[in-house]
Design a protein around this ligand. Structure first.
Ligand SMILES: Cc1ncc(COP(=O)(O)O)c(C=O)c1O
Length: 349
């Protein structure tokens, strides 16, 4: 089997060129990033921008301390990464490899499978059945008994179903391996994992600054865990994968969490305003604790995605032969973007 490659969607310039529209018309509703401009950034990086001749401090002590301070946890429970993506790849590198296996309930974030297979380990998918996509806790507990690692996405991306806290504790208790709980959208659900990390020494929780913190372009995430787990990640971590600018941005964002909290409030309100407008057009919209809505559109979902894209409205479609073929995932953005989306859907649905 060839090693699967991890690839991102094309950039806005390429999408604009293909659609023959100005780049300003491209609205990324496919990546679950923030609509808020980062105009607070220039002031924060001014000083560091004049000192990029030297490498960053590879201990990333300031990020560890800022996370620790925010969450009330010791800094030795924290390791930063170049986005949660890098931490997923590092967790796979640290805990998987040939003759090992990792399980995940699917559909889920595709990098779990890719990161697992890239290490030579076996990937064990556990189906999450539609149309409601309730989390298959019992099946995951059974799979966890034989797995070296379990990937858990809480809240789930792209389908929202999640195990409850008892279910998560049972999954963690069922395995001698590691449980990686990806809380990329945790701030939208007001989840707090610090106590769980203290209780369960095989639990690694991933966070990102790309979603609620609105810093997708900065590429910063962090993992929480028992110091032994953190040391295992540190052992395989490239020393300088976060730039000096990313450090300044991360520390500033973490030191002003009110900006994140305000964003979560606004985006949650916008999400629940968008939901009935999509439903009024005939879409079935799944419950959401995130900054996106999963919509069942029907057999023409791919044609609808293409029509939206021609207008610069980029939403996420899924494998036409998979269980989400009839769904589109829509990131919550600005009220203007939502008006454009609804008008375009009225034409294409
Ligand atoms: C569940 C999940 N985990 C991780 C990531 C990656 O986050 P980052 O931008 O921090 O690499 C994403 C991004 O879409 C995600 O949805």
């Amino acid at each position: 089997m060839t090693t699967p490659k991890y690839e991102w969607q094309p950039g806005a310039a390429e999408i604009a060129k293909a659609a023959g529209i100005p780049i300003e018309r491209v609205e990324r509703m496919d990546q679950n990033t923030s609509p808020f401009p980062t105009n607070w950034v220039p002031g924060v990086i001014a000083d560091a921008a004049g000192r990029l001749n030297d490498y960053p401090d590879a201990s990333y002590r300031r990020i560890r301390a800022a996370v620790g301070h925010n969450l009330g946890i010791d800094a030795d429970h924290v390791v930063p990464g170049a986005g949660a993506d890098e931490l997923i790849l590092l967790a796979a590198r640290a805990f998987l490899g040939i003759a090992r296996s990792a399980a995940a309930a699917e559909p889920t974030y595709p990098l779990y499978r890719i990161a697992t297979l890239q290490t030579g380990a076996e990937y064990v998918p556990i189906p999450i059945a539609g149309p409601d996509f309730d989390f298959p806790t019992d099946s995951v507990i059974r799979a966890a008994r034989d797995a070296d690692l379990v990937w858990l996405c809480v809240p789930g991306n792209p389908v929202g179903g999640r195990p409850d806290h008892e279910g998560i504790a049972a999954i963690i208790a069922a395995t001698d391996g590691i449980v990686v709980l990806d809380a990329a959208y945790g701030e939208f659900a007001d989840d707090r994992w610090v106590d769980s990390v203290d209780r369960h020494h095989n639990l690694l929780v991933l966070h990102t600054l790309s979603k609620a913190y609105g810093l997708g372009g900065a590429r910063v995430g962090y993992a929480l865990g028992h110091p032994d787990l953190i040391a295992s990640i540190d052992r395989v971590r490239p020393p300088g994968s976060l730039s000096g600018l990313a450090v300044e941005l991360a520390v500033a964002a973490l030191e002003h969490p009110h900006r994140m909290r305000d964003a979560v409030k606004i985006l949650t309100t916008r999400r629940e305003r968008l939901r009935p407008r999509l439903e009024a057009l005939g879409a079935r919209v799944l419950p959401s604790q995130t900054n996106f809505l999963m919509c069942e559109i029907g057999p023409n979902a791919h044609a609808v995605e293409a029509a939206l894209r021609r207008e610069g409205l980029v939403v996420r479609k899924f494998d036409p032969s998979g269980p989400l073929a009839h769904y589109l995932r829509i990131t919550v953005r600005s009220p203007d973007a939502h008006d454009r989306l609804i008008a375009a859907l009225e034409r294409s649905l």
